[in-house]
Design a protein around this ligand. Structure first.
Ligand SMILES: Nc1nc2c(c(=O)[nH]1)N[C@H]1C(S)=C(S)[C@@H](COP(=O)(O)OP(=O)(O)OC[C@H]3O[C@@H](n4cnc5c(=O)[nH]c(N)nc54)[C@H](O)[C@@H]3O)O[C@H]1N2
Ligand SMILES: Nc1nc2c(c(=O)[nH]1)N[C@H]1C(S)=C(S)[C@@H](COP(=O)(O)OP(=O)(O)OC[C@H]3O[C@@H](n4cnc5c(=O)[nH]c(N)nc54)[C@H](O)[C@@H]3O)O[C@H]1N2
Ligand code: SF4
Ligand SMILES: [Mo]
Length: 710
């Protein structure tokens, strides 16, 4: 593949999480062999730091089982065999053509990912609407950012994970962090919390586990899973009773407080203690710390968000931040910790079922007209909003009256067979498809089920922009050529569009795609029109919104200082109540199960399980059990145990820890096979964000050496 060499050292960014640490890839030529290693790079966010995953990221480039040729399966039960690109692409477009003729355009679906660059997610969304004309495209951000995004849009009129730069964190007097474990999920971020501590600041962490993050906290609220809105309301109740409301801020910059005041009136600490398991005096103490602070931040992550009441949970904490008057001021604010590499940019430019680039909406006629004019198509030709991720997965191969179902699915940058909730159901859906196409650099569990697998270039072999968790647009550079036989996602999209007769609307050049994205996002909430790759490099990233006008050269590091982007410029309070999770422990499934992450593995593990040092650090799935609970089952550390939920069973290794609640088990979701956490999880959805309830379900614990109970 054509590709220029940028010398022996290339400044780029880590392939994994939303911190998008700056790093330098170094090419070494020794004895005729080329090797790449990672070196530190002084970038303003990570300041030279990297976590274990970043340091070992170059191993991905030399993984022995890298895909370098398309693979195809001639029959559903047949094996995957190597194929040419022409054969593979023809097979895909033949199936798309046939399916769309027989079942309509909506029978073809796309599942994207928050790891895709801005250019790719933009082109993938456009490909769905312009080349396939299907409404059915969604992505794994629905598993991830959807609740915080919906709550942010509702309260502030915009969704940018952190509406302030990272550096502000070090200067906040008090931080309330709800259901986030950055010590493992965003390790390099800890330097900001450490700085905050050094300056005399205090940290409150809400988590059912004493995570490495909670261990650093001044106050830990060890919440019962699934009760976050009750805790948010209880904190506000206590703030009101202790007289810490910022009535000036509430009066000048918000609407809707009175209704919230009435709602939280019934969440007095004793009652809330019964719901949340957090002692009333700790609730009052947390409220006092926040209420007496000059500056404070409230941050949420997947703990409260990945629940069937995820949006309400987030809103309850936004209400708290607003009532304290700690939003839109220096070293204050509400934020959510975005997770995936491009979790921020990936949710702005049209991969979402209801969305057009720049956070425009498919059901808004003006927004449609803008996108259609940039794309050079008729507005009427654009489909409407489609199915959200879990609903799309539920429609795979399934026809119901009035619902045609999805018969062909293209997956780009997600390993849903491992990472989607109720994974056994999802796998059944994938098997029932007429055609499953997966583009990936490795044979992930999902790719292993595909009819056609397309081998693609990875991070250091292509270029494109990524938007980090602060809304800072950064450039990922090409450091090496891709292996022979491999194409970029943009080339795949373009080649498919060519075959579908829509190629004239597409480019496989990332820089051109970014130019088009700038125009498409212009005037939208996430306005990139003033951002150029040159500026991104020269300024170490540019914060959106950044309209293309002479007035604002700098982008916008801090939002909300003067107004909120709502019609009247004010933030909105939203009254919310506690709703129990979809499933609560009962006689048959007596414990809570929650899921999440460990430091050394990333997501479905498709990448990090291929890095020897990371696999060695965390080789297999395990469950955290409190020793008190384990004893009553006769389970010792290291024993194999069976976890049983209404969806299915998983067999994992017991890890006895005193850091977890007695009534709760925790399983990381980074593995396929028998230890796959998502064989257990509940696909119950939040009514607004459609996020699945990864963080709470009811589970039974058994020794794996004893027969399964029924
Ligand atoms: N090492 C590593 N880093 C990652 C990732 C990875 O896979 N591995 N993934 C990236 C991505 S995409 C994301 S989204 C982020 C996620 O980053 P985080 O949100 O920090 O990670 P999680 O482990 O999913 O969940 C955070 C915490 O929520 C707690 N929790 C569980 N149930 C509840 C509950 O009911 N209420 C509350 N308040 N807390 C609860 C869990 O105990 C856990 O400690 O990490 C990113 N970074
Ligand atoms: N039980 C449980 N399940 C969860 C969660 C949880 O907390 N608990 N968290 C959820 C969350 S927050 C998330 S974000 C999801 C993540 O889960 P997934 O969506 O499965 O994310 P990854 O494992 O990162 O999958 C990315 C896949 O695409 C490939 N890939 C990487 N980059 C590219 C690229 O540029 N192009 C292409 N074509 N392929 C690429 C990788 O090799 C990998 O196979 O999991 C969700 N699942
Ligand atoms: S914190 Fe995230 S971006 Fe930084 S090195 Fe670790 S995985 Fe990479
Ligand atoms: Mo995520």
């Amino acid at each position: 593949m054509a590709g220029t060499h940028a010398g022996t050292r290339t400044d780029t960014h880590c392939p994994y999480c939303a911190f998008q640490c700056g790093m330098t890839l170094v090419r070494e030529d020794a004895c005729g062999e080329v090797r790449y290693t990672v070196a530190a790079r002084d970038f303003p966010t990570n300041r030279g730091g990297l976590c274990r995953k970043g340091w070992t990221a170059a191993d991905l480039l030399s993984a022995p089982d890298r895909l370098t040729t398309p693979l195809m399966r001639d029959s559903k039960d047949g094996p995957l065999r190597p194929a040419s690109w022409n054969e593979a692409l023809d097979r895909i477009t033949d199936a798309i053509g046939r399916t769309q003729r027989e079942h309509g355009p909506a029978a073809v679906g796309i599942f994207g990912g928050g790891g895709l660059t801005n250019e790719k997610s933009y082109m993938l969304g456009k490909f769905a609407r312009v080349a396939l004309r299907t409404p059915n495209i969604d992505y794994n951000g629905r598993f991830c950012m959807a609740s915080a995004a919906a709550a942010g849009m509702k309260a502030f009129g915009i969704d940018r994970g952190l509406p302030f730069p990272l550096e502000d964190i070090g200067r906040a007097e008090v931080i309330l962090l709800v259901g986030g474990n950055p010590a493992e999920s965003l390790p390099v971020m800890m330097q900001y919390f450490e700085e905050q501590k050094r300056r005399g600041g205090r940290l409150i962490v809400v988590d059912p586990r004493v995570t490495p993050t909670a261990a650093l906290a001044d106050l830990h609220l060890q919440i019962t899973p699934g009760t976050d809105a009750a805790l948010g309301n209880a904190l506000l109740n206590s703030v009101i009773r202790q007289g810490y409301l910022d009535l000036d801020f509430i009066g000048l910059r918000t609407v809707g407080f009175e209704q919230v005041r009435r709602t939280v009136g019934s969440y007095w600490p004793d009652r809330s203690e019964r719901i949340t398991g957090v002692p009333a005096d700790r609730i009052n103490e947390a409220a006092r710390m926040l209420g007496t602070a000059g500056t404070a931040m409230v941050l949420t992550a997947r703990g409260p968000e990945q629940q069937s009441s995820g949006v309400d949970n987030v809103l309850s904490f936004i209400n708290l931040a607003l009532a304290l008057g700690k939003v839109g001021k220096p070293f204050c604010g509400f934020g959510t910790l975005t997770g995936q590499g491009n979790g921020q940019g990936g949710r702005e430019h049209g991969q979402k079922a209801d969305q057009l680039p720049g956070y425009r909406k498919l059901d808004n006629p003006e927004h449609r007209a803008h996108a259609a004019s940039v794309w050079g198509v008729e507005e009427a030709s654009l489909p409407g909003p489609g199915l959200s991720a879990c609903e799309l997965l539920a429609a795979l191969g399934r026809e119901e009256p009035g619902k045609p179902g999805i018969r062909v699915l293209l997956v780009m940058a997600s390993n849903i067979a491992v990472s989607a909730p109720d994974a056994a159901q999802v796998r059944q859906g994938l098997r029932a498809l007429d055609l499953l196409v997966v583009s990936d650099m490795f044979l992930s569990e999902t790719a292993g089920m595909a009819d056609v697998v397309l081998p693609i270039a990875q991070w250091a072999e292509e270029e494109g922009t990524m938007t980090n968790l602060e809304g800072r647009v950064q450039l990922r550079r090409r450091a090496k050529p891709a292996p022979d036989g491999v194409r970029t996602d943009l080339q795949v999209i373009k080649a498919l569009a060519d075959r579908l007769g829509r190629g004239a609307h597409f480019t496989d050049d990332a820089r051109e795609a970014f130019g088009e994205l700038r125009r498409a996002s212009s005037g939208g909430l996430a306005d990139y029109s003033g951002i150029t790759w040159e500026r991104v490099v020269a300024e170490d990233g540019v914060f959106w919104p950044c309209p293309d006008d002479a007035a604002g050269p700098a982008g916008t590091p801090r939002l909300f200082l003067d107004r909120f982007p709502t019609p009247d410029g004010r933030a909105r309070f939203s009254p919310v109540g506690h709703r129990p999770p979809d499933e609560e422990p009962d006689q048959h499934y007596p414990l809570y199960l929650t899921t999440g992450r460990v430091l050394s593995q990333y997501q479905s593990g498709a990448q990090t399980r291929r890095v020897p040092a990371l696999l060695e650090a965390e080789p297999e799935a395990f469950v955290e059990i409190h020793p008190g609970m384990a004893r009553s089952f006769g389970i010792r550390n290291g024993d194999r145990v069976r976890l049983v939920t209404r969806r299915g069973d998983a067999v994992v290794k017991a890890r006895l820890v005193t850091t977890i609640r007695m009534d709760t088990l925790f399983v990381p979701f980074h593995w396929g096979g028998a230890g796959c956490a998502n064989l257990l999880t509940n696909a119950a959805l939040d009514p607004v964000s459609r996020i699945p309830e990864f963080k709470v379900c009811a589970v039974r614990l058994e020794r794996a050496d004893l027969p399964r109970k029924h």
